[in-house]
Design a protein around this ligand. Structure first.
Ligand code: WTA
Length: 653
């Protein structure tokens, strides 16, 4: 290995090693032996009901599960409030003055909120929302940077039974507009701005653009970050400063007793069509799923300092920054900004400063850390860590071993957790006190979860590769796609009978029963752990007046997992220049957001199509990855491909 940074850990790269849990870890772990798997399999409903019983209900459920495939109702007849379980329950006991949120902004500003602080602010803001006319079942859009008010807003909605729809702060005005309109939100909660790599992200300005075309929004609440350079226009009557509204709000707010199956939130995610879909989660099952998985997978102890680096704009932040850890009464670290700002040791400095014990991040970040070099983590004291997690994309064994050694000091188990926006909670994962770890494998289904590999015909594959399916309902499963009940069935439950959930991921299962995730098999790509639909990017490209046709594929990328490669044909009279490529990249950013910016754009006279006119993305992916081309016999014109490949290599090879 020529690269000295790689040579430093070359001897670690033996992929066939496995790591059994350190005995001292197991001795104190929440789960200490693997009987829990058999117990959960014997009676999954009783297993989940055990965790439900640890939560606080205003009315206990009558029936654990009502399963009319593919429609599930969990904890039928139960009444429960998510904010009560995340706050009131702790405030009444010894956790009252425990830190709930330890927040650090990118510029270095800090705030710590105890459970009592958080409880007061959530209740007060819940009253504010009520005073703005928000009622049970109304949708509230939230477009905020990673600041405490984001968690406060979500829990305030949950308290009064409003449905939150959080939109990641990196999404464009158009993306925000479409999400608001799809679910007809009545209120938008935003901020003057946030920070990213020292730059100001002027959220209110972006929101204003969206608000020009969102007739359902009656009121806008603006959190003041108060930086002089954040441009804010306040529209009288519609826009209100958060801090003003909070000034006279009472912090006494009776929680709404929600039906177990009442909607808790909507979160939009990319699928195989041009339009993101609103994934619906309901109250009790979601809470039970996130509560149980957080407790067992992250092995929570009372004195842990838990940090999941995800933005709350994604499902990982919903489940493992807000609901799961707060339902467990954990101390949660929240950091607003980038890992390399102002220096490449920001994450390690946060771990040192706050004494983080459990750390959960994405493979993309780990691969970036590897590239930046071990001098950064070595400068900091990481000895408080006892458990590491990974999520969002397949973790390559090299990154796993690096993480284990350089961050975890060979002492912390690494839990590689597989799940999706749709699953609500972790589905395949080690349990750190019991599972023997294999770098690169998410190991086993969580107790009570039934996962299988199936071939195209739907036959179960015991050892080998195929499509990953979940064959039994679970409490935190999505209940639908907002406004599109038919698509819910077609998209997830239609391939092999109505009781089998199709994940869209390829995977293999080894002889020990361990699962190895291989990435998406549909038209969804995963760029730096973010889900992007190829069709979304294609629609954004053809929206530009100069573009006739576009085909987008994901190609392997050393750090981001996948990068976006776009093949574009232009309309007559348009010149395919380098400038146009830049314009098109910006056009996609404007339409969707910076996460969807294509890495490569290749202009071409033709796209490879089958005789029936379907674009052959597999071929395009091979071209973008510089692979030898596979079978082209079904192509309408094989010459197109050879030419494309030559051009691509000239441009990017
Ligand atoms: C991928 C994020 C491999 C997978 C929680 C899935 C993973 C998609 C892993 C969901 C993992 C997530 N190993 N792949 N540990 N975790 N994925 O909805 O392709 O943003 O289908 O949820 O991310 O992305 P989503």
């Amino acid at each position: 290995m020529a690269d000295p940074k790689r040579a430093e850990f070359a001897d670690l790269l033996r992929e066939d090693r496995s790591f059994s849990p350190p005995p001292e870890f197991t001795a104190r772990a929440v789960v200490r032996d693997d009987r829990i798997y058999a117990e959960a399999d014997r009676d999954p409903e009783a297993f989940w009901a055990r965790f439900a019983g640890e939560l606080e209900w205003s009315r206990r459920w009558d029936t654990v599960l009502d399963w009319q495939p593919p429609h599930a109702k969990w904890f039928v007849g139960g009444k429960i409030n998510a904010s009560v379980n995340c706050l009131d329950r702790h405030v009444r006991g010894p956790r009252r003055n425990k830190a709930a949120l330890i927040w650090e902004g990118e510029p270095g500003d800090r705030r710590t909120l105890t459970y009592f602080d958080l409880f007061r602010q959530v209740s007060a803001f819940a009253n504010v929302l009520t005073s703005l006319g928000v009622r049970k079942g109304d949708r509230v859009a939230i477009y905020l940077p990673l600041i405490p008010e984001l968690a406060i807003s979500m829990l305030a909605c949950a308290r009064i039974g409003a449905v939150h729809s959080v939109v990641f702060g990196g999404f464009s005005a158009e993306s925000l507009r479409d999400r608001i309109n799809d679910s007809q939100c009545r209120v938008l909660i935003t901020a003057d701005g946030g920070f990213r790599r020292g730059q100001i992200v002027a959220l209110k300005q972006v929101a204003d653009e969206a608000l020009a075309d969102t007739p359902s929004i009656e009121n806008v609440v603006v959190v003041q970050r108060g930086h002089a350079e954040m441009p804010v226009h306040i529209k009288e009557g519609r826009d209100h400063w958060y801090h003003r509204l909070m000034q006279d709000a009472s912090y006494k707010c009776d929680p709404e007793p929600m039906d177990a199956e009442d909607m808790l939130y909507i979160l939009y995610t990319s699928g195989t069509t041009g339009k993101p879909k609103g994934i619906v989660h309901t109250t009790a099952g979601y809470l039970v799923g996130t509560y149980a998985t957080t407790k067992l997978v992250f092995d929570l102890r009372e004195d842990d300092v838990y940090w999941c680096t995800a933005d709350i704009g994604w499902v990982t932040g919903h489940s493992y920054v807000v609901y799961g850890p707060l339902a467990n009464g954990a101390t949660v670290v929240m950091y607003e900004g980038a890992p390399d700002w102002p220096k490449k040791d920001r994450f390690w400095s946060l771990i040192e400063t706050y004494g983080v014990t459990v750390f959960y991040t994405a493979p993309t970040a780990i691969r970036a850390f590897m590239k930046w070099g071990t001098e950064w983590p070595k400068k900091r004291d990481l000895s408080s860590l006892r458990l590491l997690g990974s999520v969002g994309e397949p973790i390559n064994p090299e990154a796993w071993v690096w993480y284990y050694h350089f961050i975890g000091g060979d002492r912390c188990p690494v839990v590689d957790t597989w799940w999706q926006t749709e699953t609500g909670a972790i589905m395949i994962t080690p349990l750190p006190g019991v599972t023997t770890l294999k770098p690169g494998s998410a190991t086993r289904p969580f107790p009570g979860i039934a996962a299988e590999i199936r071939n195209e015909r739907g036959e179960k594959v015991d050892v080998g590769g195929g499509l990953l399916a979940l064959t039994r309902p679970w409490p935190s499963m999505l209940r639908g796609i907002y406004g599109d009940p038919e698509r819910y069935v077609r998209q997830y439950w239609n391939k092999w009978g109505s009781g089998v959930y199709v994940t869209g991921d390829g995977a293999k299962r080894d002889a020990d029963g361990c699962f190895w995730l291989l990435g998406r098999v549909d038209d969804v790509i995963n760029v730096a752990g973010h889900r992007i639909g190829t069709m979304e990017v294609e629609s954004a490209l053809v929206d530009h007046p100069g573009v006739a046709e576009a085909a987008v594929v994901g190609r392997a990328h050393e750090i981001k997992g996948q990068a976006i490669a776009a093949f574009v044909t232009v309309k007559e009279g348009t010149h395919a220049t380098k400038d146009l490529a830049d314009v098109l990249k910006e056009h996609v950013v404007k339409k969707i957001g910076a996460i969807a910016r294509p890495d490569d754009i290749l202009f071409t006279a033709d796209l490879p199509k089958t005789r029936s006119g379907k674009i052959m993305r597999r071929l395009l992916r091979d071209i973008a990855e510089g692979k030898a081309l596979g079978d082209t016999t079904t192509l309408a014109d094989p010459a197109v491909v050879a030419k494309l490949k030559a051009n691509y290599e000239e441009e990017y090879g």
